[in-house]
Write a protein that binds this ligand. Structure first.
Ligand code: CO
Length: 157
């Protein structure tokens, strides 16, 4: 596994609608390598989520960190979005040094395929739900800066 270059804003990769992954592509070495490299890249960058367009692949693949476990979702779909919303200070590996408060659903259900191509679903709450929404936005060319009320530079150390 190797660390991939993270694409930073502004870039056309980050603004495209990413394509669904065909089920037969998932077991192929190319796809498995991409997923492995994405996990490695997220870890080495201290991220809690990563979407394929951020590494220059406009495919509907996201990695979300659940505690210390990376969850792979291919062709993720969000449903059962809670009425309750939460405002969280968000950042993004593709927009270094910028933070901003974004209002999102407190809880969402996610369905998609895992790294083996099996159908998976999950109910996420709190930070995990926020990360899923942030990453799925990436697949639709949406960045948190489009939704943040105001953007801040990080506090000076
Ligand atoms: Co991001």
């Amino acid at each position: 596994m190797s660390k991939l270059n993270i694409i930073t804003h502004p870039s056309a990769y980050l603004r495209k609608i990413s394509a669904p992954v065909k089920k037969r592509y998932i077991p192929l070495p190319d796809c498995q390598q991409l997923i492995g490299d994405m996990i490695e890249t997220m870890r080495l960058s201290d991220g809690i989520g990563l979407a394929a367009p951020q590494v220059g692949k406009n495919l509907r693949i996201i990695i979300v960190l659940d505690g210390d476990k990376p969850l792979v979702f291919i062709n993720p779909k969000l449903y059962r979005k809670s009425w309750r919303k939460v405002e969280t200070e968000e950042g993004c590996l593709s927009i270094p040094g910028v933070w901003g408060k974004v209002k999102r659903h407190y809880a969402v259900s996610v369905t998609g395929l895992n790294q083996k191509g099996e159908k998976v679903r999950l109910r996420a709450r709190g930070l995990l739900a926020v990360v899923f929404q942030h990453e799925v936005d990436h697949l639709d060319g949406v960045l948190f800066i489009d939704k943040a009320k105001k953007l801040n530079e990080p506090p000076k150390m």
